[in-house]
Ligand binder design. Structure first.
Ligand code: ADP
Length: 614
């Protein structure tokens, strides 16, 4: 009743039902909650009924059924030889207490059961969502989405929790409360009840009208605040521009316009809020006066009138709550929609039926007419790549930013699958192998080193939870990381807090190399860091890399001259195609793209890279 602004759309209903379907495993608890909800509603009737008996007993009036029953019961027990009136009063009041206790207990039980189910559904949803995020296709992740994904697992699931709890609680408890109270109205006086129920909605009119206004203006007010924030941000961030172009007055005027609009809306909200209560009170007292007038005519007792008004008041809460249900459904189905959108992502990089584990040595890795795009309608990122690497070779990928180097190597662990063509290991398409076994054969050292909030030992052993101390130390030694690890306060047991902020860039890279080496993968993908390290770190990382490459097939996105010079083949990428290929000296002599890149990138740094030209 408080908001008829928008009906639920079919989409919202469908999503909400899908959400509710998740409560199915707990159907027994929900059924029990409904039973307690009914008892809760019934207790309202009992409460009014026994209150009437209590009042009649204490203040006098027509004898009620409760008094008669209690009287008969007492008679059968005591035969009426004690202070009968006092006993009767106590007995009647005891019934009243019984009902209030029943009301409390049934409220508690139904609320508890529903909250339990809702929290449980949310917990499972949260876990499912995190599980899904761990398996989402890599295509799903582009930097800007991190915050959004986190917000879904935490905020949206919370919104859903409210959606489930409130809606089910309200639907399970409130209709019965309404029913209990309304029945009692009819119990007192049929005609008065019928008229009152017809007029009752009028008393709620102020909430309907003004509540809607409050919501409308609050939403607009929120938008104004956001506008104010962004104008302010621009004025601070662009302080120099504002002054240089002399637009101070214009900015001020723009700010004041939104500021005034915000003020206007706040005042309207205040006015609407302040109007609701007096109007409700006025209408309620008006209704009470009408009831009093009627009861004079119908000869109702005082207790009847009090309880009649009391039950009207008891009906207010259920009506308010039930009228709000669709709003809550709207909110939670919006949150549920965002969550289901993630849960519904199909992982098209999953294992094919009949996929076999990859075993043993790999003597050739071949790209055959491989093309790739990050989505229908998006530009072609790789275009007809043909290339082969034999076991033990070092393949250096070189090319301008955005030329497709990262995409090319990411096809190997099947972060994505080619749109056309094949990547083959000894003639077999990658898709013939199980993902897990394929990825076990590939070591990955990314530019940005991801360290976890754990000990050095566990960070190195990340992919091999069963690794022994000796294995970890051996890997660290190969990665030239052993010495600096030993120098840390607790050596291998030092906790790397805050994503390794206390480590230097070179140290982080060496830990990443150690992590990749621990698995002893036959294939190594190396995305060399572009960020400059100091000469000493650079040299240590270089030594680590040289060692890491020994005896493996390496695909290196090469930024270091030494890697490029040692490479068995250099693939020069240009807009998704292999523009040139060959060894360093051949490519230099050719005087093409490579030569240009080399002059631009490496000539000045050559002495720093610590490697003399061959
Ligand atoms: P490089 O490693 O050579 O810098 P990339 O393989 O990272 O090149 O990128 C090649 C092209 O693909 C670029 O134009 C880039 O904008 C685009 N691209 C890379 N990753 C994504 C992605 N996740 N979604 C859409 N486009 C992408």
């Amino acid at each position: 009743m408080s908001d008829k602004s928008r009906k639920l759309t079919a989409q919202e209903k469908r999503i909400y039902l899908r959400l509710l379907a998740r409560t199915r495993p707990y159907a027994g608890r929900l059924a029990l909650a409904v039973v307690f909800g009914m008892l809760f509603g019934g207790s309202v009737f009992g409460l009014l009924f026994s209150a009437k008996g209590g009042m009649a007993q204490v203040f006098g009036g027509r004898a009620t059924r409760l008094q008669e029953s209690a009287d008969a019961w007492l008679q059968s027990w005591y035969g009426g030889n004690l202070d009968h009136d006092l006993l009767l009063t106590v007995a009647v009041l005891a019934v009243l207490l019984l009902f209030i206790a029943l009301r409390g207990a049934t409220f508690f039980l139904s609320k508890y059961l529903i909250e339990w189910v809702a929290q449980r559904v949310v917990m499972v949803l949260r876990n499912d969502l995190f599980g899904k995020i761990l398996h989402l296709p890599m295509l799903y992740f582009t930097g800007s989405r991190t915050g959004e994904l986190m917000s879904r697992t935490l905020n949206d699931t919370q919104l859903i929790e409210r959606g489930i709890t409130e809606v089910i609680c309200d639907l399970v408890q409130q209709p019965f409360v309404l029913l209990g109270a309304a029945t009692y109205l009819f119990f007192i006086d049929l005609r008065l009840a019928a008229i009152s129920l017809a007029v009752f909605p009028v008393c709620l009119l102020p909430i309907a009208v003004f509540g809607k206004r409050v919501r409308r203006h609050s939403k607009a007010g929120q938008e104004r605040i956001a506008d104010l924030a962004s104008i302010q941000q621009e004025a601070i961030g662009g302080a120099a521009i504002v002054r240089a172009f002399g637009t101070e007055d214009r900015e001020q005027a723009r700010f004041e316009k939104h500021s005034f609009d915000f003020f206007r809306r706040q005042i309207k909200i205040t006015a609407s809020k302040a109007a609701i209560n007096p109007l409700m009170e006025f209408f309620s007292v008006l209704a009470a006066c009408a009831i009093l007038l009627y009861s004079r005519h119908a000869g109702l007792e005082l207790s009847d009138i009090i309880l009649f008004l009391g039950s009207m008041v008891l009906m207010y809460d259920p009506v308010k709550k039930l009228s709000r249900v669709h709003l809550v459904v709207q909110q939670s189905s919006a949150a549920a929609e965002r969550i289901f959108a993630i849960l519904d992502v199909v992982d098209n990089v999953a294992d094919l039926p009949g996929a076999r584990p990859l075993h043993g040595p790999i003597s050739e890795i071949r790209y055959e007419g491989v093309s790739f795009t990050y989505g229908a309608g998006k530009p072609q990122v790789l275009d007809g790549i043909d290339s082969a690497a034999r076991s033990g070779e070092l393949v250096a990928l070189v090319g301008g930013s955005g030329s497709g180097k990262t995409t090319l190597v990411n096809l190997l662990p099947r972060f994505f699958d080619p749109v056309a063509g094949h990547v083959r290991l000894d003639g077999r398409d990658l898709r013939e192998f199980t993902l897990e076994s394929l990825r076990r054969h590939i070591g990955l050292v990314t530019q940005e080193t991801i360290l976890f909030n754990d000990t050095v030992f566990h960070n190195v052993a990340y992919g091999e939870p069963g690794a022994t101390r000796e294995q970890v130390v051996a890997a660290a030694k190969k990665a030239h990381a052993h010495d600096f690890i030993q120098a840390m306060p607790q050596g291998y047991d030092t906790v790397i807090a805050e994503r390794g902020l206390l480590l230097s860039g070179g140290q982080r890279q060496r830990l990443a190399i150690a992590r990749a080496l621990l698995r002893n993968p036959p294939i190594l993908i190396l995305d060399e860091a572009t960020s400059a390290l100091d000469t000493e770190s650079e040299r240590a990382v270089q030594l680590a890399l040289n060692e890491a490459m020994q005896g493996r097939t390496v695909f290196a996105i090469a930024h270091r001259l030494s890697t490029i010079q040692r490479a068995d083949q250099i693939l020069v990428l240009d807009r998704g195609r292999i523009a040139e290929r060959g060894r360093h000296a051949e490519l230099l002599a050719r005087g093409g793209i490579y030569e240009r890149l080399y002059r631009m990138q490496f000539e000045n740094q050559a002495p720093d890279a610590g490697v003399s030209a061959p």
